[in-house]
Design a protein around this ligand. Structure first.
Ligand code: AMP
Length: 176
């Protein structure tokens, strides 16, 4: 059976928009091993980093359906992070690429995984792109986003071309 997942993407090192685009392309390539189907891409938001002083983040989200467990998907996401230079030296330190499971059609509460993501209700940079790609969740999350001050500034939208398999940041603010 297919499950819906919303993946949060973040980058604050290197060419941030390239890192986000490369992650979308890599997730789309999971079509064969995990039967992943990309369904929607959010706007790209910019916000100040949490934690030690470091560059600002670009964040986005993608919605996919897949015929796999969240653990299998997380393993694939960690491999994509590693392939894009992600290291885990500093807790909440800068990272070229961070991929999290923000939400899924089935929740999870295990030692390895909390779905919805444990920090979701605290983070405008996660809530705003989540609602772009899963507007049906607005009834639960839009009031929380408003209480936190609303969405961060939009810097564009991710556009994926399935024919070429390439993704880029477009200037448009039309998301979802
Ligand atoms: P991070 O350093 O933010 O990429 O996450 C570190 C660890 O958080 C992962 O190895 C997971 O085991 C755990 N984790 C718990 N819930 C989630 C989630 N919803 N999405 C991604 N990682 C999660």
């Amino acid at each position: 059976m297919d499950h819906v997942f919303v993946i949060g993407l973040g980058s604050n090192l290197g060419v941030r928009e390239h890192n986000l685009s490369a992650a979308v392309e890599a997730v789309a390539r999971l079509a064969l091993p995990l039967a992943v189907r990309l369904e929607a891409l959010s706007c790209v938001y910019e916000s100040a980093a949490i934690g030690p002083p470091q560059p600002a983040y670009l964040n986005a989200a993608l919605r996919l359906s897949a015929c796999c467990t969240p653990e299998a998907l997380l393993e694939a996401l960690h491999a994509i992070e590693a392939a894009h230079g992600r290291t885990r030296e500093v807790h909440w330190g800068p990272r070229s690429l961070d991929l999290d499971i923000l939400w899924a059609s089935e929740g999870r509460q295990t030692e390895q995984l909390t779905i919805p993501h444990a920090q979701l209700l605290l983070r405008t940079f996660a809530l705003a792109p989540l609602l772009d790609v899963a507007p049906e969740l607005a009834v639960h999350y839009a009031p929380v986003l408003e209480r936190l001050g609303g969405p961060p500034p939009v810097r564009g939208t991710l556009r994926y071309d399935p024919t070429s398999g390439s993704c880029e940041l477009a200037a448009s603010a039309q998301c979802g």
